[in-house]
Design a protein around this ligand. Sequence first.
Ligand SMILES: [Zn+2]
Length: 168
Amino acid sequence: MSEINQRELERIHWLNMALSLPEEGVAGYFPDERSRIERLSEVRWPQGPTCGRCRGTSITWIETRSLFQCRSCRHQFSVTSDTSLHRTRLPLGMWFQAVESLIRYREGFFGDFHMPAQALAETLGVQYVAARRIRKVVLADIDIGGQGFLRSAVCVRAPDDPTRGYRI
Ligand SMILES: [Zn+2]
């Protein structure tokens, strides 16, 4: 594939994501941590939560710990266990905000430039090093060829995600 086509494809990819963001913004659309957990759960397990250890589907929710528990093997797991956000200590709201910011920023430059880590640090109110790590994880997920876990969660206006399946 020629370089020009790749660039066009990337622009389309980023434009599609921008058009799929919630109109009222992620903070308005996902007002609390619970709504973000529910959304990620829906994206990850369309048929309902599944135990990563025994594949059991009889799962309970432990409200006080924000964890799922498998009724068969007692394994406890979060909605981000074994994903790119595994063991994250950051609130999900920060990840959602980072996704939105990175998409909006790049859209402003016709899909050609990523938001610098320093700008993301200022937006999120975190240290530069943390922002750099968040940026890396988010970009790996939402860019072409990425797993799309966060992308699918945040880009809510894409009932039939047109970016899925792109490979360069
Ligand atoms: Zn289990």
